[in-house]
Design a protein around this ligand. Sequence first.
Ligand code: BYC
Ligand code: FE
Ligand code: FE
Length: 475
Amino acid sequence: MGKGIKMSINYSDRIPNNVNLSSDRSLQRALEHWQPRFLDWWSEMGPGGYSGSDAYLRTAVGVNAKDWASYGYVKMPDYRWGIFLADPVENRTIGFGDNYGKPVWQKVPGELRTQFRRIIVTQGDTEPASVEQQRLLGLTCPSLYDLRNLFQVNVEEGRHLWAMVYLLHAYFGRDGREEAEELLERHSGDLDNPRILGTFNQPITDWLSFFMFTYFTDRDGKFQLKSLAESAFDPLSRTCRFMLTEEAHHMFVGETGLSRVIKRTLQVMKQVGTDDPDAIRAEGAIDLQTFQKYLNFWYSSSLDLFGAEESSNAAFAFANGIKGRSDEAQYRDHLEVNSLLKVESHQGIREIPTRNAMNEVLRASYSQDCSIGLKRWNRLIARSNIDFEICLPSTKFNRNIGFWREVDTDPKGTQVSRNLFDKKREEWLPSESDHDFISNLMQRVVEPGKIAGWLAPPERGIDNKGLEYEYVRTQ
Ligand code: BYC
Ligand code: FE
Ligand code: FE
């Protein structure tokens, strides 16, 4: 990284920002026009049931890793959503593709407008989608600590929407303003006007799904943001770099949430002295088989978010400096002009130009990152002398995008007939009765220090506060 130029955040403006917004009156006016629409959307589609409650949330006060967070009570509708870009890197050059080594761009080249806009809109669309998906979770929170974490994730996803809307308004003129409106008009699961990507139209109505989503789907966010942070369009890169600092907490919520579920299950298994799922369920804990099925669902759905293994969109984006690979610097060849990559397809191994296989390259990095948490969970299980291993299913399993949508496989990736898949579906993916069981477990716990019976307490609180702390003042 080059030497940074420090950009301080201005909180006296109506829209907090570190982009010197007040120097561009028409941009400021346009965003101030969008702001009340965002707030209307938040009150209609955002977290339900707690708009008058004080939540102990962190707000960005700077954009550097060590000093950016300030904690305090805030009512969510009063949260200071703003526009924060990471500090610019001086003399930054393009790190991949046909323009490798040239200076990065402060504006969008005219001939790439459509593709940049499409990718920014797609990224932006996921952020409010996730808030909509999680809208009712607060009503069944397992503790105030968890409720506070949910709200932290929600307000930050709201801010991520602001990040993309800023780019649309500042760099895409009238088209960008129209897209910004539409980001508030599509809704998760809406039959007529759904969100763009599949996973973001799936309901998240229970906390097991929420933890799976923040573990697996927010991690797609991590990898997409990392590859956009490589972009030659510098404002996009800077905005994604700051978003990544927020993303880390979302995945922490997922990983620790799932660890706590497993911990509790192991306690109960020891207590009842059997691994019979019904006996574990009878004690109000989640059997590992059900955990595995939820994992199979959210992992396979999130794999689809990387797009097709072979994609001319991806090749175009790489060639033109729009979207690189995560941690592009770790690769030896940043051009990949004539290189080929072997990719497994339903018709055997195919050699694909690397540029066209970029979605698969990113998916492979993602997949590896996903496995880290599983190692930790499996250590917990092994230490309890339980004979069970949580596995990531094969990347071929239950796919709806790319080569593998054509075939049915079991979770190990062995091809099976549609008939067998349908027969086994309830062993491999959550069934209606699994959903019913999990839904019934979800009971609201809002007494400070208390925690629902289906998960262990967290190891520590937030911001050095204890577990008894009143993280949300419900009334
Ligand atoms: N569902 O050429 P292909 C996050 C479409 S998560 C439905 O392979 P490409 C977050 C595709 O749009 C990160 N449709 O596509 C997490 C294309 O349609 P058109 C989100 C899909 O462009 C949690 C067609 O299929 N960010 O931030 O190479 C909480 C052909 O596909 C899906 C981004 O995604 C799907 N799963 O790759 C909150 C980054 N997959 O154009 C937030 C921006 C593909 O033919 N987006 N299609 O009509 C991109 O980079 C790319 O658009 C994609 C797709 C990687 C998503
Ligand atoms: Fe996000
Ligand atoms: Fe996130």
